[in-house]
Design a binder for this molecule. Structure first.
Ligand SMILES: Nc1nc(=O)n([C@H]2C[C@H](O)[C@@H](COP(=O)(O)O)O2)cc1CO
Ligand SMILES: [Zn+2]
Length: 156
């Protein structure tokens, strides 16, 4: 009888790799973000990445930034975390206490959404906007709502 494999990837690695796979679908030329929501039984509930609403033709909208909100991509993109919540086909109460794995720390708008659906933990790869206004507000929201967050890195 062969010995079983013991050097398998952890659940954290597994779900974060799913988030990394999701971000490969993003059309954003500057920042691609992926998110994967997993429940406390290690089941994947939903996945999302940053992109325009699916009914909208993303060739007809800007992918650059501009002082004019009409010409700025941020006006049209749904964030990865929001898409992961919106893509979930089950009952929203299942998201209670779930963990979201996200390749970039959530902004304050997504923090509100995650809090409102009862997400219990945020695990992130990058926090490249650490210290910005949105990032500070996000951390304040997560802290006040008792949502824990921690960074992780992937092995190779
Ligand atoms: N946590 C996040 N999830 C996201 O899906 N996004 C999206 C919105 C934009 O499409 C892109 C950020 O573009 P930029 O400002 O770095 O050029 O990433 C941004 C953040 C940052 O908080
Ligand atoms: Zn966001």
């Amino acid at each position: 009888m062969p010995d079983k494999r013991n050097d398998v990837i952890t659940w954290d690695e597994f779900f974060m790799r799913v988030a990394v796979a999701a971000q490969l679908r993003s059309k954003d030329p500057n920042t691609q973000v992926g998110a994967c929501i997993a429940d406390t039984n290690h089941r994947i509930l939903s996945v999302g990445y940053n992109g325009t609403p699916s009914a909208l033709n993303d060739d007809d909208f800007p992918w650059g930034v501009s002082d004019d909100p009409l010409l700025d991509k941020h006006s049209y993109v749904v964030h990865a975390e929001a898409n992961a919540v919106l893509n979930y086909r089950g009952s929203l109460k299942d998201l209670n206490h779930a963990t979201i794995y996200v390749t970039l720390f959530p902004c304050h708008e997504c923090a509100k959404i995650l809090a409102q659906v009862g997400i219990g933990e945020v695990v992130y790869l990058s926090d490249k906007y650490d210290g910005t206004e949105s990032n500070q507000i996000s951390k304040r929201i997560l802290d006040s709502c008792g949502i824990s967050y921690r960074g992780m890195s992937l092995q190779s």
